[in-house]
Design a protein around this ligand. Structure first.
Ligand code: TEU
Length: 567
């Protein structure tokens, strides 16, 4: 069966109804979810133990960060065998049991596919690096040293920021957009692409329902590796226009569609979509027959400077512009956090004790009431917060550790670097799931690979389970509502009071069903003028006990969030 293709949801909207658009995806960082073996590292049997909890959330899909065999230079994003499970995480039998357990509960499974690069410990790379005439040589990008030093390319994780690494064995440089242990695969070689499709078929045959294509915007390269202008070379912020959306990306996406995606009932979501709406549309519009969905980086990159945080009007503007561009065609993801970002409540809400609860509920209301497929990061259903490490030796993440070395090498302001790291480091969202108030938050019997956030004593699943007003139970109400009201998935979106500094309010509408979503992003009461909007008595979601409204206006308490039926 091909990708599900039922009918237009509403006359006038070209959006077709598809199961993958209606998913509520729960992202699990397996290393930090539940350790069943007493190693201090989470594993697949740990996820199996928690299947009933996952089901109780009302989510409809689970995406696991990479679980393949890996030396863990970048926690599984460096894969040494794409058809084996990482030993620390368990076995293929565990995987099969997990998949069956999810499917039994009507929960779909999304596989993280990391094929822009492999590990340098993958057999392909070992062969490739061994000699210039090895049959695997062209599986990677090599630049013979006799041609001189290759033109500069950026690396995200290199300790000097350079993507070419000299390798003595064959007197040549290899390319790595990520760490030195993550050499980029050469997609320009058709054999490499066939290997990728083979891997995808292997997992699709097992029954996975979707693929998250890691760093997909980077796979195609101009293999002449031309020199860029100094302006581009000297400014990392140009990485997407220079390194992303290479010359044959669409050919490869179409080939992937023909070879795999069209042959199974699966979807693919691209991490990254270039630097414009046009780039994004070209990759995911249905008539392109390429990928099905994407997540863009505008929200990821927004305000990632402690001295220059984003404002709410900017936040609204980014979300509204992307929504508008995709209103008629194409499909996007809605997310506020993931394993590469800090905790959503610390970044966009307020994690001070007085407001953490309300603002986490408010942000979950946003995530589950916008158009697009919702991605919810594990622990955010509890309002887990940043761990905020102070010193560089506390960090585990290669991005932080090598980023620090790079900042040192470039003579950057290290104090500023550390303040930014504290707020935005990926380790903030990688701390163990807070299950209960027992030792190590019930995550493991042994010291966890990364410290548990000390606030687990009061922020944990068990405590919230028993409290009808908890962030957890509020999250469950939201997933239930989203599943009942397709308006929240497909309905039109109209932003109200665009310039308001503290309120984010919008109307969602589908086939005569009108919903007002009103969110207060501040710690002060705020008033929303209702203008021509008439509210019904039917309040579907409210993170406070009461509503303060008149026919003309709705007044929201600090971080209050409501979804109300309207006319
Ligand atoms: O991230 C791709 C990506 O573009 C990164 O630059 C991301 O912005 C980075 O985390 C910033 O520090 C993906 C994965 O999501 C990430 O976890 C991996 O480390 C990376 O690919 C390499 O596989």
């Amino acid at each position: 069966m091909g990708i599900n293709d039922t009918h237009l949801i509403k006359k006038g909207l070209s959006t077709t109804r598809k199961w993958w658009k209606e998913q509520i995806i729960y992202q699990i960082y397996p290393r930090s979810f539940k350790d069943s073996t007493g190693t201090g590292v989470g594993d697949l049997r740990g996820v199996i133990e928690k299947l009933d909890y996952i089901q109780s959330l009302g989510v409809t899909s689970v995406w696991l960060n990479p679980i393949y065999q890996s030396p863990n230079d970048d926690n599984g994003y460096d894969i040494s065998n794409y058809c084996e499970i990482m030993e620390e995480f368990g076995s293929m039998d565990d995987f099969d049991e997990l998949l069956a357990g999810l499917h039994k509960r009507n929960i779909k499974f999304i596989m993280d596919l990391v094929v822009n690069h492999s590990s340098d410990e993958h057999e392909w790379f070992k062969q490739s690096r061994s000699s210039r005439d090895n049959p695997y040589r062209d599986y990677y990008h090599w630049w013979p040293a006799e041609k001189g030093k290759p033109h500069f390319r950026w690396s995200f994780f290199d300790n000097k920021g350079e993507a070419w690494k000299y390798d003595e064995q064959t007197d040549a440089y290899y390319l790595h957009y990520f760490s030195q242990k993550q050499p980029d695969l050469n997609w320009e070689n058709p054999k490499v692409r066939q290997e990728v499709y083979k891997i995808m078929r292997f997992w699709a045959e097992k029954g996975v329902d979707g693929f998250r294509l890691d760093a997909f915007q980077f796979v195609s390269k101009d293999t002449s590796f031309p020199k860029w202008s100094d302006e581009y070379e000297n400014d990392f912020s140009h990485i997407i226009p220079t390194h992303g959306m290479g010359p044959y990306l669409h050919d490869y996406a179409r080939e992937m569609y023909d070879e795999v995606l069209s042959k199974y009932d699966v979807f693919a979501v691209s991490e990254g979509v270039g630097s414009s709406f046009e780039d994004a549309h070209a990759l995911v519009d249905e008539d392109r027959n390429e990928l099905q969905m994407a997540y863009h980086f505008d929200c990821v990159d927004m305000g990632v400077d402690v001295d220059n945080p984003q404002t709410l009007p900017q936040f609204k503007d980014i979300h509204s512009q992307w929504d508008k561009s995709f209103a008629e065609k194409g499909w996007l993801s809605i997310f506020l956090a993931n394993h590469d970002l800090p905790r959503m409540v610390s970044r966009f809400g307020n994690d001070a004790p007085a407001y953490r609860d309300a603002s986490a509920k408010m942000l979950n209301t946003f995530l589950l009431s916008m158009r697009g497929t919702s991605y919810c990061y594990f622990g955010d259903e509890l309002g887990m917060t940043n761990i905020s490490f102070e010193t560089i030796d506390e960090y585990k993440d290669i991005a932080a550790i090598n980023g620090y070395k790079k900042a040192q090498h470039n003579g950057e302001d290290l104090d500023k670097f550390m303040r930014n790291l504290k707020a935005f480091s990926r380790d903030n969202s990688r701390t163990p799931m807070q299950w209960n108030s027992e030792e190590n938050a019930g995550f493991s019997d042994k010291t966890p690979w990364i410290p548990v956030n000390e606030n687990y004593q009061h922020i944990n699943a068990q405590a919230q389970e028993n409290d009808p007003n908890s962030v957890l139970n509020h999250f469950r109400k939201l997933t239930e509502l989203r599943k009942q009201r397709l308006t929240l998935v497909y309905g039109s979106y109209e932003l109200l009071e665009a310039k308001h500094e503290s309120l984010y309010a919008y109307k969602r509408e589908l086939d005569g069903d009108t919903l007002l979503v009103a969110l207060n992003f501040s710690d002060q009461p705020q008033t929303l003028s209702l203008n021509s909007l008439t509210l019904s008595d039917n309040t579907l979601i409210n993170n406070y006990d009461s509503i303060n409204s008149s026919p003309e206006a709705l007044t929201l308490a600090p971080y209050q969030a409501m979804i109300i039926e309207a006319k």
